[in-house]
Design a protein around this ligand. Structure first.
Ligand code: ADP
Ligand code: MG
Length: 268
């Protein structure tokens, strides 16, 4: 069964793109045919996987010119199961048009053209463009809200939840959306999270209770870069870095959204 997971937080710099990329990679690595869709005109996720991503057909053309979504899907060298639909700056204008026409169901409509060809679809969105966030919410089965370990981040969660509720309210059908909060950039010392991080973790759990995922993502001093994505990330950083946290996250999400039978594990 296909599952659409959207990574949203109204606050920028809250690990959305990092989570989208690494979660997509983990699903692909364990055998799921996975599609990562970049819905941020800045194209941060696109630039990790598609060379010259501004020059190829991407989500902007699909949403604005009715180009069939299949033409916008690009293979990646990271995994034979990982595919990407890139974004580009023109998505900004497309979003403005969508906003003017209150098109909250457009993304959901074009995703139906995929006919369940991908088992997992991950959406990485832009925090500042409400219509794109609403399109993600409308299309998704589950929303992950990553928050960094700092007290201001909680405001981002509340704002995001407000938008989720607005989307449900504006929607012609009853949307059935599950959302979970992922705590990221948790500072670790030798024995695990630092006391400051533990305090913030407790505060978030006291507020959002069972909506907080068990998995947390540690602060990694050197985030994975494009040229080192397969090598350094998995070789050097696997035991010490956030690679193992994202693997755990994939396992937790897999349980929650019930992606279904995974084909025989793959490659790498
Ligand atoms: N767990 C982490 N440890 C260290 N740096 C991180 C971590 N997660 C994200 N970052 C860094 O923080 C910055 C913002 O993350 P990003 O995923 O781009 O956020 P967003 O998409 O929400 O704006 C990036 O430079 C990214 O490399
Ligand atoms: Mg981003």
């Amino acid at each position: 069964m296909q599952r659409i997971i959207s990574i949203n937080n109204r606050k920028g710099g809250s690990s959305k793109t990092t989570t989208a990329i690494n979660l997509a990679y983990e699903f692909a690595k364990s055998g799921y045919r996975t599609l990562l869709i970049d819905l941020d005109p800045q194209g941060n996720a696109s630039s990790k996987f598609v060379e010259d991503y501004e020059a190829v057909v991407g989500i902007a053309e699909v949403l604005s010119k009715s180009i069939n979504i299949n033409y916008a899907i690009h293979e990646t060298s990271a995994s034979r199961n990982l595919f990407v639909i890139p974004s580009k700056i023109e998505l900004d204008d497309v979003a403005e048009y969508m906003q003017g026409n209150s098109q909250i169901a457009l993304l959901s409509k074009v995703l139906k053209e995929l006919k369940e060809e991908y088992q997992v679809i991950i959406l990485d969105s832009n925090p500042g463009i409400p219509i794109l966030l609403k399109n993600c919410v409308y299309a998704a089965d589950m929303i992950i809200i990553p928050v960094n370990v700092d007290r201001n981040s909680i405001k981002g969660v509340d704002l995001t939840l407000k938008k989720i509720n607005e989307t449900i309210y504006d929607s012609p059908s009853d949307l059935n959306i599950d959302y979970r909060i992922l705590i990221s950039m948790v500072t670790h010392s030798a024995g695990g999270p630092t006391n400051i991080a533990k305090g913030v973790l407790k505060a978030v759990k006291d507020t959002y209770k069972d909506k907080v995922l068990d998995t947390t993502i540690r602060m990694q001093s050197k985030p994975a870069q494009l040229q080192t994505f397969e090598n350094e990330y998995y070789a050097t950083d696997f035991n010490t870095g956030y690679g193992c946290d994202y693997k755990k996250l994939k396992e937790e999400i897999e349980e929650i959204v019930k992606v279904g039978q995974c084909p025989a594990s793959e490659e790498l």
